[in-house]
Design a protein around this ligand. Structure first.
Ligand code: GRF
Length: 199
């Protein structure tokens, strides 16, 4: 049975699109049941609506960066009501805390544009260029209450070239992200299926 996904994003939503494309190509047995964004102008909302997926704006009660508990409780309920079984953060810019994590224990994933634990936080691709490393990449991990700290599910590496700018490296990383995220969801779903067949 297709796993029901809830997706949270603040920006372009290219990772959400990659997940959707993998579903349409039958490479991923899933259904996106709800897309939520804290940014009313985020293109991820438009992408979702174009695909006839319910998409709504999260009311963060005027806070610019904080994710208030009340808002987290509200979206936890919305996601439950939509039937979401796995929550995928895809470029979501606020820190998730207990209200949401307790509703979906071990069921919140994130994609981060670095080889964690290296370069957590903002603009990881720029951090990598500035640090002069020869290898960068992306990571899909479980979300805990820290910043980019939960257990790692999958990683993909990309080379950093001498001529790279933050932007060219980010583009190379994003290409890998679009393959890695659907693959990592498949990997996690397979573990649920093994567990339930053993019960
Ligand atoms: C990605 O680079 C992801 O790793 C990071 O935010 C970016 C989101 O991009 N967490 P998009 O909105 O999926 O295009």
């Amino acid at each position: 049975m297709a796993i029901k996904l809830g997706i949270l994003g603040s920006g372009s939503g290219s990772n959400m699109q990659a997940i959707l494309d993998a579903i349409e190509a039958t490479q991923l047995d899933a259904e996106i049941v709800l897309v939520l964004s804290d940014n009313p102008d985020a293109y991820i909302l438009e992408r979702a609506r174009k695909a006839n997926i319910p998409a709504e704006v999260i009311d963060c009660h005027g806070f610019r960066t904080k994710f208030p508990e009340k808002a987290q409780l509200h979206i936890a309920q919305q996601l439950k009501e939509a039937g979401a079984e796995l929550i995928c953060l895809a470029g979501f810019m606020r820190l998730i805390k207990q209200p949401l994590l307790d509703t979906f224990p071990d069921r919140v994933l994130n994609i981060h544009p670095s080889l964690l634990p290296a370069f957590p936080g903002l603009r990881a691709w720029e951090q990598a260029v500035n640090a002069g490393v020869s290898e960068a990449g992306c990571t899909v991990h479980f979300v805990d209450a820290g910043m980019d700290t939960g257990p790692i599910i999958a990683q993909a590496k990309v080379p950093v070239r001498p001529e790279d700018t933050a932007e060219t490296l980010h583009a190379r990383i994003q290409k890998e992200e679009h393959q890695l995220y659907p693959d990592a969801i498949n990997k996690i779903v397979a573990t649920y299926e093994t567990t339930s067949s053993q019960e």
